[in-house]
Write a protein that binds this ligand. Structure first.
Ligand code: GLV
Ligand code: MN
Ligand code: MN
Ligand code: MN
Length: 399
Protein backbone atom coordinates (compact mmCIF):
# COMPACT_ATOMS: atom_id res chain seq x y z
CA UNK A 1 0.00 0.00 0.00
CA UNK A 2 1.53 3.32 -1.00
CA UNK A 3 1.97 6.25 1.35
CA UNK A 4 -1.09 8.07 0.02
CA UNK A 5 -3.30 5.05 0.43
CA UNK A 6 -2.00 4.59 3.97
CA UNK A 7 -2.71 8.25 4.78
CA UNK A 8 -6.18 7.78 3.28
CA UNK A 9 -6.88 4.90 5.67
CA UNK A 10 -6.51 7.15 8.71
CA UNK A 11 -8.04 10.31 7.23
CA UNK A 12 -11.23 9.82 9.25
CA UNK A 13 -9.59 9.17 12.62
CA UNK A 14 -9.64 11.91 15.25
CA UNK A 15 -11.27 14.65 13.20
CA UNK A 16 -12.21 17.67 15.29
CA UNK A 17 -15.52 19.05 14.06
CA UNK A 18 -15.40 22.04 16.43
CA UNK A 19 -11.85 23.27 15.79
CA UNK A 20 -11.40 21.80 12.31
CA UNK A 21 -8.55 19.47 11.43
CA UNK A 22 -7.56 16.74 13.86
CA UNK A 23 -7.26 16.42 17.61
CA UNK A 24 -5.42 13.21 18.32
CA UNK A 25 -3.92 13.12 21.79
CA UNK A 26 -1.88 10.54 23.58
CA UNK A 27 -3.95 7.73 25.13
CA UNK A 28 -7.26 9.08 23.82
CA UNK A 29 -9.58 7.11 21.58
CA UNK A 30 -8.18 8.41 18.27
CA UNK A 31 -4.66 7.60 19.43
CA UNK A 32 -5.78 4.10 20.31
CA UNK A 33 -7.26 3.61 16.82
CA UNK A 34 -4.12 4.96 15.14
CA UNK A 35 -1.83 2.73 17.18
CA UNK A 36 -3.95 -0.27 16.27
CA UNK A 37 -3.86 0.73 12.63
CA UNK A 38 -0.06 0.99 12.68
CA UNK A 39 0.30 -2.38 14.40
CA UNK A 40 -2.02 -4.04 11.87
CA UNK A 41 -0.18 -2.59 8.90
CA UNK A 42 3.23 -3.49 10.35
CA UNK A 43 2.07 -7.07 10.97
CA UNK A 44 0.70 -7.20 7.40
CA UNK A 45 4.24 -6.44 6.22
CA UNK A 46 5.59 -9.30 8.28
CA UNK A 47 7.27 -7.07 10.89
CA UNK A 48 7.63 -8.06 14.56
CA UNK A 49 5.84 -5.52 16.72
CA UNK A 50 6.44 -4.71 20.35
CA UNK A 51 5.78 -1.79 22.65
CA UNK A 52 8.55 -0.52 24.90
CA UNK A 53 8.17 0.46 28.56
CA UNK A 54 7.23 4.04 27.57
CA UNK A 55 4.46 3.16 25.12
CA UNK A 56 6.58 3.68 21.99
CA UNK A 57 5.78 1.09 19.33
CA UNK A 58 8.59 -0.68 17.49
CA UNK A 59 8.16 -2.78 14.34
CA UNK A 60 11.20 -4.83 13.38
CA UNK A 61 12.20 -6.12 10.00
CA UNK A 62 14.50 -9.02 10.83
CA UNK A 63 16.43 -9.36 14.07
CA UNK A 64 16.00 -6.91 16.95
CA UNK A 65 19.72 -6.32 17.24
CA UNK A 66 22.02 -3.43 17.98
CA UNK A 67 23.10 -0.79 15.44
CA UNK A 68 19.62 -0.78 13.92
CA UNK A 69 18.53 1.68 11.29
CA UNK A 70 15.38 3.19 12.77
CA UNK A 71 12.77 5.41 11.15
CA UNK A 72 9.43 6.76 12.31
CA UNK A 73 7.56 9.68 13.79
CA UNK A 74 4.42 10.23 15.87
CA UNK A 75 0.66 9.85 15.49
CA UNK A 76 -0.60 12.49 17.93
CA UNK A 77 -1.50 16.03 16.86
CA UNK A 78 -1.84 19.49 18.31
CA UNK A 79 -5.46 20.53 19.04
CA UNK A 80 -7.06 21.16 15.65
CA UNK A 81 -3.90 20.18 13.79
CA UNK A 82 -3.22 19.02 10.26
CA UNK A 83 -3.28 15.52 8.81
CA UNK A 84 0.43 15.26 8.02
CA UNK A 85 2.49 16.39 11.05
CA UNK A 86 3.54 13.02 12.46
CA UNK A 87 1.42 10.51 10.54
CA UNK A 88 3.22 11.26 7.25
CA UNK A 89 6.48 9.99 8.78
CA UNK A 90 4.76 6.86 10.07
CA UNK A 91 2.93 6.12 6.80
CA UNK A 92 6.12 6.81 4.82
CA UNK A 93 8.05 4.39 7.02
CA UNK A 94 5.48 1.66 6.33
CA UNK A 95 5.45 2.50 2.62
CA UNK A 96 9.28 2.50 2.45
CA UNK A 97 9.39 -1.01 3.91
CA UNK A 98 6.89 -2.14 1.31
CA UNK A 99 8.92 -0.51 -1.49
CA UNK A 100 12.07 -2.28 -0.29
CA UNK A 101 10.31 -5.60 0.16
CA UNK A 102 8.93 -5.24 -3.38
CA UNK A 103 12.51 -4.86 -4.65
CA UNK A 104 13.62 -7.96 -2.79
CA UNK A 105 15.89 -5.93 -0.52
CA UNK A 106 17.27 -7.85 2.46
CA UNK A 107 18.52 -5.53 5.23
CA UNK A 108 21.99 -6.37 6.48
CA UNK A 109 21.55 -4.24 9.57
CA UNK A 110 18.43 -4.56 11.71
CA UNK A 111 15.75 -2.15 10.53
CA UNK A 112 12.93 -0.87 12.71
CA UNK A 113 9.97 1.47 12.47
CA UNK A 114 9.34 3.50 15.62
CA UNK A 115 6.14 5.31 16.56
CA UNK A 116 6.73 7.65 19.48
CA UNK A 117 4.05 7.58 22.14
CA UNK A 118 3.52 11.37 22.05
CA UNK A 119 5.23 14.33 20.44
CA UNK A 120 3.11 17.49 20.56
CA UNK A 121 2.47 17.94 24.26
CA UNK A 122 -1.12 18.60 23.17
CA UNK A 123 -2.63 16.84 26.17
CA UNK A 124 -0.04 16.96 28.96
CA UNK A 125 1.93 20.08 28.05
CA UNK A 126 5.43 18.66 27.69
CA UNK A 127 6.34 17.82 24.06
CA UNK A 128 8.19 14.71 22.84
CA UNK A 129 7.19 12.64 25.88
CA UNK A 130 7.87 9.36 24.04
CA UNK A 131 11.45 10.23 23.13
CA UNK A 132 12.10 12.18 26.36
CA UNK A 133 11.08 9.18 28.47
CA UNK A 134 13.06 6.78 26.29
CA UNK A 135 16.25 8.84 26.56
CA UNK A 136 15.73 9.91 30.18
CA UNK A 137 15.34 13.55 29.16
CA UNK A 138 12.35 13.79 31.51
CA UNK A 139 12.14 12.36 35.01
CA UNK A 140 9.63 9.49 35.03
CA UNK A 141 7.91 10.68 38.25
CA UNK A 142 7.43 14.12 36.80
CA UNK A 143 6.02 12.63 33.58
CA UNK A 144 3.61 10.33 35.43
CA UNK A 145 2.26 13.30 37.39
CA UNK A 146 1.62 15.62 34.41
CA UNK A 147 -2.06 16.55 34.22
CA UNK A 148 -4.37 17.25 31.30
CA UNK A 149 -7.08 19.95 31.36
CA UNK A 150 -9.47 17.58 33.13
CA UNK A 151 -6.94 16.84 35.88
CA UNK A 152 -6.21 13.32 34.59
CA UNK A 153 -2.56 12.40 35.06
CA UNK A 154 -0.43 10.80 32.37
CA UNK A 155 -0.18 7.75 34.63
CA UNK A 156 -3.97 7.47 34.92
CA UNK A 157 -4.45 7.92 31.18
CA UNK A 158 -1.81 5.26 30.48
CA UNK A 159 -3.47 2.77 32.82
CA UNK A 160 -6.83 3.39 31.14
CA UNK A 161 -5.22 2.71 27.75
CA UNK A 162 -3.75 -0.56 29.01
CA UNK A 163 -0.15 0.55 29.66
CA UNK A 164 1.81 0.24 32.90
CA UNK A 165 3.15 3.69 33.85
CA UNK A 166 5.25 2.21 36.67
CA UNK A 167 7.56 1.02 33.89
CA UNK A 168 7.98 4.52 32.42
CA UNK A 169 11.53 5.84 32.42
CA UNK A 170 14.90 5.86 30.69
CA UNK A 171 15.30 2.78 28.54
CA UNK A 172 19.03 2.40 27.81
CA UNK A 173 18.51 -1.06 26.28
CA UNK A 174 16.07 0.24 23.67
CA UNK A 175 18.24 3.29 23.03
CA UNK A 176 21.32 1.12 22.58
CA UNK A 177 19.64 -0.72 19.71
CA UNK A 178 19.39 2.47 17.64
CA UNK A 179 22.38 2.84 15.34
CA UNK A 180 20.84 5.85 13.62
CA UNK A 181 17.42 7.47 13.39
CA UNK A 182 15.77 9.17 10.41
CA UNK A 183 12.41 10.95 10.71
CA UNK A 184 10.44 11.98 7.64
CA UNK A 185 8.17 14.95 8.32
CA UNK A 186 5.97 17.36 6.44
CA UNK A 187 7.73 20.72 6.24
CA UNK A 188 6.17 23.24 8.60
CA UNK A 189 7.20 26.44 6.89
CA UNK A 190 7.83 27.86 3.45
CA UNK A 191 11.40 26.60 2.92
CA UNK A 192 10.68 24.05 0.20
CA UNK A 193 8.22 26.30 -1.62
CA UNK A 194 10.96 28.90 -1.91
CA UNK A 195 13.60 26.33 -2.87
CA UNK A 196 11.22 24.67 -5.34
CA UNK A 197 12.09 21.16 -4.19
CA UNK A 198 9.81 18.30 -3.07
CA UNK A 199 12.20 17.10 -0.36
CA UNK A 200 15.06 18.32 1.83
CA UNK A 201 17.26 17.03 4.59
CA UNK A 202 17.15 18.67 8.03
CA UNK A 203 20.21 20.56 9.23
CA UNK A 204 19.20 21.96 12.63
CA UNK A 205 16.42 22.83 15.10
CA UNK A 206 16.15 26.11 16.99
CA UNK A 207 16.25 25.89 20.80
CA UNK A 208 12.79 26.11 22.32
CA UNK A 209 11.01 26.17 25.62
CA UNK A 210 7.52 26.28 27.08
CA UNK A 211 6.72 28.44 30.13
CA UNK A 212 3.58 28.68 32.20
CA UNK A 213 2.66 32.11 33.51
CA UNK A 214 0.07 31.93 36.30
CA UNK A 215 -1.48 35.19 37.44
CA UNK A 216 -3.76 35.27 40.45
CA UNK A 217 -5.95 38.23 41.32
CA UNK A 218 -9.42 38.66 42.77
CA UNK A 219 -12.46 37.25 41.04
CA UNK A 220 -15.22 39.82 41.09
CA UNK A 221 -18.26 41.36 39.41
CA UNK A 222 -17.66 42.93 35.97
CA UNK A 223 -20.28 45.64 36.54
CA UNK A 224 -20.19 46.39 40.23
CA UNK A 225 -16.40 46.55 40.72
CA UNK A 226 -14.83 49.99 40.15
CA UNK A 227 -11.73 49.97 37.96
CA UNK A 228 -9.62 51.26 40.86
CA UNK A 229 -10.69 48.32 43.03
CA UNK A 230 -9.77 45.58 40.59
CA UNK A 231 -7.05 42.95 40.71
CA UNK A 232 -7.78 41.56 37.27
CA UNK A 233 -5.21 38.93 36.16
CA UNK A 234 -6.30 39.31 32.55
CA UNK A 235 -4.62 42.72 32.41
CA UNK A 236 -1.04 41.49 33.09
CA UNK A 237 -1.80 38.43 30.94
CA UNK A 238 -2.53 40.77 28.04
CA UNK A 239 0.79 42.51 28.75
CA UNK A 240 2.57 39.17 28.25
CA UNK A 241 1.02 38.72 24.82
CA UNK A 242 2.21 42.18 23.76
CA UNK A 243 5.64 41.77 25.40
CA UNK A 244 6.16 38.42 23.66
CA UNK A 245 5.79 40.03 20.24
CA UNK A 246 7.90 43.06 21.17
CA UNK A 247 10.73 41.03 22.75
CA UNK A 248 10.89 38.48 19.91
CA UNK A 249 10.93 41.24 17.29
CA UNK A 250 13.87 42.84 19.09
CA UNK A 251 16.06 39.69 18.69
CA UNK A 252 17.20 38.29 15.39
CA UNK A 253 15.25 35.21 14.29
CA UNK A 254 13.41 34.76 17.59
CA UNK A 255 9.81 33.56 17.97
CA UNK A 256 7.52 33.98 20.96
CA UNK A 257 3.91 32.85 21.01
CA UNK A 258 1.04 32.76 23.46
CA UNK A 259 -1.21 30.11 21.91
CA UNK A 260 -3.12 29.15 25.01
CA UNK A 261 -4.65 31.29 27.72
CA UNK A 262 -7.09 30.01 30.35
CA UNK A 263 -9.04 32.36 32.62
CA UNK A 264 -10.77 30.91 35.66
CA UNK A 265 -13.71 30.79 36.10
CA UNK A 266 -14.16 32.12 32.55
CA UNK A 267 -17.39 34.13 32.51
CA UNK A 268 -18.10 37.17 30.34
CA UNK A 269 -19.39 39.16 33.31
CA UNK A 270 -16.77 37.86 35.74
CA UNK A 271 -13.36 39.38 36.49
CA UNK A 272 -11.16 36.28 36.44
CA UNK A 273 -9.64 35.10 39.70
CA UNK A 274 -6.71 33.49 37.88
CA UNK A 275 -5.31 33.44 34.37
CA UNK A 276 -2.84 30.82 33.17
CA UNK A 277 -1.07 31.27 29.87
CA UNK A 278 1.63 29.34 28.10
CA UNK A 279 4.53 31.04 26.36
CA UNK A 280 6.31 29.15 23.57
CA UNK A 281 9.72 30.79 23.07
CA UNK A 282 12.29 29.83 20.45
CA UNK A 283 15.62 31.38 19.56
CA UNK A 284 18.93 29.90 18.57
CA UNK A 285 22.07 30.33 20.68
CA UNK A 286 23.21 29.57 24.22
CA UNK A 287 21.29 31.56 26.80
CA UNK A 288 19.27 33.47 24.23
CA UNK A 289 15.95 31.73 24.96
CA UNK A 290 16.48 32.45 28.65
CA UNK A 291 17.17 36.11 27.83
CA UNK A 292 14.04 36.31 25.69
CA UNK A 293 11.90 34.77 28.42
CA UNK A 294 13.46 37.01 31.08
CA UNK A 295 12.60 40.10 29.04
CA UNK A 296 8.97 38.97 28.75
CA UNK A 297 8.88 37.94 32.42
CA UNK A 298 10.04 41.41 33.52
CA UNK A 299 7.15 42.97 31.62
CA UNK A 300 4.80 40.44 33.21
CA UNK A 301 6.09 41.16 36.74
CA UNK A 302 5.69 44.90 36.27
CA UNK A 303 2.14 44.54 34.90
CA UNK A 304 1.19 42.11 37.71
CA UNK A 305 2.50 44.52 40.37
CA UNK A 306 0.57 47.44 38.89
CA UNK A 307 -2.65 45.40 38.97
CA UNK A 308 -2.02 43.92 42.43
CA UNK A 309 -1.79 40.37 41.10
CA UNK A 310 0.64 37.58 41.95
CA UNK A 311 2.70 35.96 39.20
CA UNK A 312 4.34 32.53 39.14
CA UNK A 313 6.44 31.45 36.15
CA UNK A 314 7.30 27.78 35.59
CA UNK A 315 9.50 26.33 32.87
CA UNK A 316 7.66 23.24 31.60
CA UNK A 317 10.16 22.12 28.98
CA UNK A 318 13.32 23.26 27.26
CA UNK A 319 15.33 21.80 24.39
CA UNK A 320 18.65 23.24 23.30
CA UNK A 321 19.67 23.90 19.72
CA UNK A 322 20.08 20.71 17.71
CA UNK A 323 22.52 20.23 14.85
CA UNK A 324 21.73 16.99 13.04
CA UNK A 325 24.54 14.51 12.41
CA UNK A 326 26.49 15.93 9.50
CA UNK A 327 27.82 12.65 8.13
CA UNK A 328 24.33 11.06 8.18
CA UNK A 329 22.92 14.14 6.46
CA UNK A 330 25.68 14.00 3.87
CA UNK A 331 24.97 10.32 3.20
CA UNK A 332 21.26 11.01 2.75
CA UNK A 333 22.04 13.91 0.46
CA UNK A 334 24.29 11.77 -1.73
CA UNK A 335 21.74 8.97 -2.02
CA UNK A 336 19.10 11.51 -3.03
CA UNK A 337 21.33 13.13 -5.61
CA UNK A 338 21.67 16.45 -3.80
CA UNK A 339 18.69 18.06 -2.10
CA UNK A 340 18.43 21.29 -0.06
CA UNK A 341 19.28 21.25 3.64
CA UNK A 342 16.79 23.06 5.85
CA UNK A 343 17.04 24.46 9.36
CA UNK A 344 13.72 24.47 11.21
CA UNK A 345 11.99 26.14 14.11
CA UNK A 346 9.81 23.08 14.74
CA UNK A 347 10.66 20.49 17.36
CA UNK A 348 10.88 16.76 16.62
CA UNK A 349 11.62 13.48 18.37
CA UNK A 350 14.66 13.22 16.09
CA UNK A 351 15.94 16.33 17.87
CA UNK A 352 15.68 14.61 21.26
CA UNK A 353 17.38 11.46 19.94
CA UNK A 354 20.13 13.54 18.32
CA UNK A 355 21.82 13.99 21.71
CA UNK A 356 22.31 10.20 21.87
CA UNK A 357 22.49 8.69 18.37
CA UNK A 358 23.19 10.02 14.86
CA UNK A 359 19.84 11.42 13.77
CA UNK A 360 18.47 13.14 10.73
CA UNK A 361 15.32 14.39 9.06
CA UNK A 362 13.77 14.33 5.63
CA UNK A 363 11.20 17.05 4.93
CA UNK A 364 8.42 16.93 2.36
CA UNK A 365 7.22 20.16 0.76
CA UNK A 366 4.08 21.75 2.20
CA UNK A 367 2.54 23.99 -0.50
CA UNK A 368 0.52 26.03 2.00
CA UNK A 369 3.52 26.72 4.25
CA UNK A 370 1.03 26.31 7.12
CA UNK A 371 1.30 23.73 9.89
CA UNK A 372 -0.32 23.03 13.27
CA UNK A 373 -3.54 24.02 11.49
CA UNK A 374 -6.01 22.28 9.18
CA UNK A 375 -4.47 23.93 6.09
CA UNK A 376 -1.26 21.91 6.46
CA UNK A 377 -0.86 19.92 3.23
CA UNK A 378 1.42 17.89 0.98
CA UNK A 379 0.72 16.97 -2.63
CA UNK A 380 0.36 13.22 -3.27
CA UNK A 381 3.20 13.34 -5.81
CA UNK A 382 5.48 14.91 -3.18
CA UNK A 383 4.53 12.45 -0.45
CA UNK A 384 5.27 9.65 -2.91
CA UNK A 385 8.67 11.24 -3.64
CA UNK A 386 9.19 11.47 0.13
CA UNK A 387 8.43 7.78 0.70
CA UNK A 388 10.66 6.76 -2.23
CA UNK A 389 13.43 8.98 -0.85
CA UNK A 390 13.10 7.42 2.59
CA UNK A 391 13.24 3.95 1.02
CA UNK A 392 16.48 4.86 -0.78
CA UNK A 393 17.96 6.23 2.44
CA UNK A 394 17.03 3.08 4.41
CA UNK A 395 18.43 0.89 1.65
CA UNK A 396 21.71 2.79 1.84
CA UNK A 397 21.89 2.76 5.64
CA UNK A 398 20.73 -0.81 6.27
CA UNK A 399 22.14 -2.47 3.14
C1 GLV B 1 6.26 20.50 17.95
O1 GLV B 1 5.64 20.17 16.94
C2 GLV B 1 6.68 21.86 18.01
O2 GLV B 1 7.69 22.21 17.40
O3 GLV B 1 5.96 22.63 18.61
MN1 MN C 1 3.81 19.34 15.43
MN1 MN D 1 5.67 16.44 14.26
MN1 MN E 1 6.88 18.66 16.17
Amino acid sequence: MGVNQLMGEIAGVGRDSRRGGYSRHVYDYADFELRDWFIDRALDSGLDVNTDRNGNIWAWWGSQGADAVVTGSHLDSVPGGGAFDGPLGVASALAAVEILQGKGFAPVKPLALLVFAEEEGGRFGVPCLGSRLLTGAIDADRARGLRDVDGVTLAEAAVKAGYDPKRFGADPEALARIGCFVELHVEQGRGLIELDSPVATGSSIIAHGRYRFSFSGQGNHAGATRLADRHDPMVPAAAVVAAARRAAAAMSDARATVGRLVPTPGGTNVIASTVDLWLDARVSGTGRTAALVEDITEAARAAAATEGCVLTVTEESYSDDVVFDESLRHRMDQVLGGVPALPTGAGHDAGILAAHVPSGMLYVRNPTGISHAPEEYAEPADTETGAQSLARVLEELAG
